[in-house]
Design a binder for this molecule. Structure first.
Ligand code: AHR
Length: 523
């Protein structure tokens, strides 16, 4: 247990919300927000999710079947849908991942489904009970947009085109009639479509030239059949800080001509894997070195994005092509005793901090990073939700996504601060990481992360000319850096209201160690 001295909240407090005060030994960090210089919109699509046919990411985590005793709507878990609605999930990428390049959509439509072995993940049988209709029903229940990965690895251009026609055609074509016969006369909207997945590895080990040849064909012939509901096409991008692949994709796009293909996005995959592949460090039971090293590793997302953006800017200075970070998050050793092919791992307060740091990086590059998908949504890697039969638990990462809901489609505000340092052994990290944004209602929102696992951090925030008179907020902290929520203790890590003082327009608050805090300023 840490020892915190109590501090009396000043009499000028206009908005205070319970809870013990902490005391920081270091001087307060001054943060200045300039609301007169609004930046780019933080596209809500950066809070996207990813559900692959992998372990219990779909089967058990989403789909339990219509006859299950677990409360469900047409086979889809009600508890999971409610939890996802609460974080306003904007899009869900499906069916993979590596699985997507082995997926044949006809296996998963109609009354008779074709079971196949999931050759990527654990060699188990995939019944294909969860197919196109069930996915569309699921995202509709959640209120999210569709993001489908098209099979480029083992599929054909015609197979991809037929799938898109089946889903989106708004005229009485044979495939639209087949969709209607399967219960859905109205066309589905497919807002996003990925042209393959990791084609440089599990998607076919292609060279950049081999991939761009596929990208031109799939990008030309596979797309929406409904002009009223277009589909944004996302090419496979790099998975390292190498820019050869990015150069090839962007050059190919730049040189397109005539009545040819187009893309609107390029992906980037970057996991936080400490000490190399295969991922072998534990998700829990780590010490402070494990905490500091993983956070140091995750902060490499910033230079990685900068490097890729520099190449994209060269070919696309108008920023027409979005950088879509459609796989990111922490990847650790499989949970002890679990099937290693199921990528099950626990999720701790370290992961909550990691999630906030990455979202902040995406927000700082909001002009180019307009979409992202954390890997993965349920029971796989850095999940939002863990399930076990009828039980469900929300992870610390889920709570970060909930805290950040007000940042969806808010406008970035520039802010300045001296972050200070948190030093542990050979690792020096910023003590504070922060972003600010204004929502559609004019409220200013701040996200403030204290990376230091020992010291509370005093912060003074001046929002120039805003005339703040009150502040409210919540903080996510934990009794220890590897604290988790599990089925026995589902609320070990959970946001709590935080005390915030506003005096003469300036906000003062104390951030607990290893915490993520989101506060709003009101006039
Ligand atoms: O998210 C797990 C896997 O990681 C995905 O299937 C693949 O795209 C990536 O290598």
């Amino acid at each position: 247990m840490r020892n915190f001295t109590c501090r009396v909240v000043a009499a000028f407090t206009l908005a205070t919300i319970a809870l013990p005060q902490l005391s920081a030994s270091e001087p307060a960090i001054k943060v200045t927000v300039d609301p007169s210089k609004a930046g780019t919109k933080i596209d809500r699509q950066i809070f996207g999710q990813f559900a692959e046919h992998l372990g219990s990411g779909v089967y058990g985590g989403i789909w339990v079947g219509k006859s299950s005793s677990i409360p469900n709507t047409r086979g889809i878990r009600n508890d999971v849908v409610a939890a996802l609605r609460a974080i306003k999930v904007p899009n869900i990428r499906w069916p993979g991942g590596c699985f997507a390049d082995t997926y044949h959509w006809r296996d998963g439509i109609g009354r008779t489904r074709r079971a196949r072995v999931n050759t990527n993940w654990g060699g188990v049988v995939d019944t294909n009970d969860f197919g196109t209709e069930e996915y569309m029903d699921f995202i509709n229940q959640v209120g999210a947009d569709a993001y489908l990965s098209i099979n480029v690895g083992s599929g054909t251009v015609q197979e991809g085109a037929d799938w898109m026609e089946y889903m989106t055609a708004d005229q009485p074509t044979a495939l639209a009639k087949e969709r209607a016969a399967n219960g859905h006369p109205a066309p589905y909207a497919v807002k996003f479509m990925g042209i393959g997945n990791e084609s440089w590895d599990c998607g076919g080990l292609m060279t950049p030239d081999e991939y761009t040849a596929q990208m031109r064909r799939f990008g030309r012939f596979v797309g929406s059949y409904n002009p009223k509901s277009p589909t944004m096409k996302i090419a496979v991008g790099p998975g390292t800080d190498d820019t050869v692949w990015t150069e090839a994709v962007m050059k190919s796009w730049k040189e397109r001509r005539g009545w040819s293909f187009d893309i609107q996005g390029m992906s980037l995959h970057s996991y936080t894997v400490y000490e190399g592949w295969p991922p072998h460090i534990p998700a829990t039971g780590f010490d402070e070195t494990g905490y500091a090293h993983v956070l140091r590793e995750t902060l490499k997302m910033e230079p990685l994005i900068q490097k890729q953006v520099a190449v994209m800017d060269k070919y696309d200075p108008e920023k027409k092509i979005a950088l879509v970070v459609d796989e990111w998050g922490a990847w650790y050793a499989p949970a002890p005793g679990s099937n290693p092919g199921f990528l099950i791992q626990q999720n701790s307060q370290r992961d909550a901090i990691l999630a906030a740091l990455n979202i902040n990086i995406f927000a700082r590059h909001a002009d180019r990073v307009r979409m992202s998908n954390i890997a993965q949504m349920i029971n796989v890697l850095q999940a939002m939700i863990l399930t076990d039969g009828p039980k469900m638990v929300l992870t610390p990462t889920y709570h970060v996504f909930k805290l950040y809901v007000p940042f969806q489609d808010a406008t970035v505000l520039p802010l300045t601060y001296d972050a200070g340092s948190y030093v542990h052994g050979d690792t020096t990290l910023p003590r504070l990481d922060a972003i600010a944004a204004r929502d559609a209602g004019g409220k200013i929102w701040l996200s403030l992360t204290n990376l230091d696992p020992h010291q509370p951090l005093d912060v003074n925030v001046a929002a120039l000319g805003f005339g703040a008179s009150a502040a409210t907020g919540q903080t996510l902290t934990a009794p220890k850096i590897d604290a988790v929520n599990d089925f026995a203790h589902p609320d070990m890590v959970k946001p709590k209201p935080i005390s915030a003082t506003v005096k003469e327009g300036a906000l003062t608050l104390t951030l607990a160690p290893e915490s993520v805090t989101v506060v709003s300023l009101d006039r």
